[in-house]
Design a protein around this ligand. Sequence first.
Ligand code: FMN
Length: 402
Amino acid sequence: MNPGIKVVLGVTGGIAAYKGAELARKLMELGLGVQAVMTRNAEKFVTPLTFEALTGSPVIRAGLPEPGDDPMPHISVPRSASLMVIAPATAGIIGKMANGIADDTLSTMLLAADIPVIMAPAMNPAMYANQAVQENIARLKTRGVRFVGPSAGEVACGETGEGKLAPVEDIVSAVKEALNLKTDMDGLNVVVTAGGTREPIDAVRYIGNRSSGKMGVAIASAALRRGATVTLISGAMDVEPPTGVAFTQAMTADEMLNAVGEAFKTADMLIMSAAVGDYHVNGRSGGKVKKKEDWTISLAPNPDILMEMGKRKESQTLVGFAAETERAEEHGLEKLRNKNLDVVVINDVSRKDIGFNSDFNEVTIITKSGAVEKIPKSPKTTIAGKILDTALAVRDGSKPRT
Ligand SMILES: Cc1cc2nc3c(=O)[nH]c(=O)nc-3n(C[C@H](O)[C@H](O)[C@H](O)COP(=O)(O)O)c2cc1C
């Protein structure tokens, strides 16, 4: 499951269930975490495997949980999510929700959920026109359930009329609106680096660092959600790259320099959150070095990727991170000036409760015009949003929002 915002996607038993798979894919591409929940009848139309493959998470199915499963997914899943989307929504699920019927996992979840619900009905036009269905929809609307579609046209059974699932793009737009997702990075090409580099010592050993990649992945996900096209270039990471990014692995500083250099040519923004090692091993051995008493390794400096991109910079907005252990602000500011950055994000990596490998960070963001914003200890997803706000504001030439 991706970090950040989670959406529960309920899929019910109609021909349009396969469109639910397309919707799952599109939501993942927005950087959202998607938890699919299928009714028993939905599984007659599409297999859970399709949704598992697309979302990367097991599907929650209709029966009661097996030993070892989460015993109460109908409570825990909506509590961990921000939105439920039922697409396609059968006359059956609409009727159940309108009348408080909880006879399987999805219908029970809908009653337990204290989060916004979007329904995208799809059914035969005669069914949709039926007074019972119309009354159920009207009742749900008064309770705040949002409906997308259906649209008019030819439905699967060959009849024509109102009852066709709304276009998937319309459902995605409703999701964006309900989650209040910004679209202020639409059309921007954003390159993010993440994780830590590994410099080989011999065939099996390397010099690495404790970077988990969480900060970079949070930034990449946030940029995706705001409409950007995102390239993620990473060294070693403890987390999965979000679906929807163009992903390149670059394990050494040299590999990262090449990958970043290439991507930078067409980038609008580069955010370098990777922890790039400062040194590589001189004359590394091709095989595995045998154990011996003492072993002296000589190190040579790595290329400074941020400095290099600062030199090559044209219209790109360049954001660098400064991982400092002392006099953090002063050193970060120095980095901003020396490396021709637009924004520097300074974090104090001497603290155990934030920074490397933590889900939290506490940073100071400084822009080239000297605006300083201190962000108190917050989840990395929140920090990611603040960094993008500032980078965009600098790009637009306006004052960063505080
Ligand atoms: C081939 C076929 C297609 C169906 N398509 C729909 C549909 O598009 N919309 C709908 O409301 N019901 C449709 N149904 C009826 C539902 O499958 C039925 O009402 C079922 O009980 C819904 O269960 P669920 O809402 O728990 O998934 C269809 C049934 C069949 C056999």
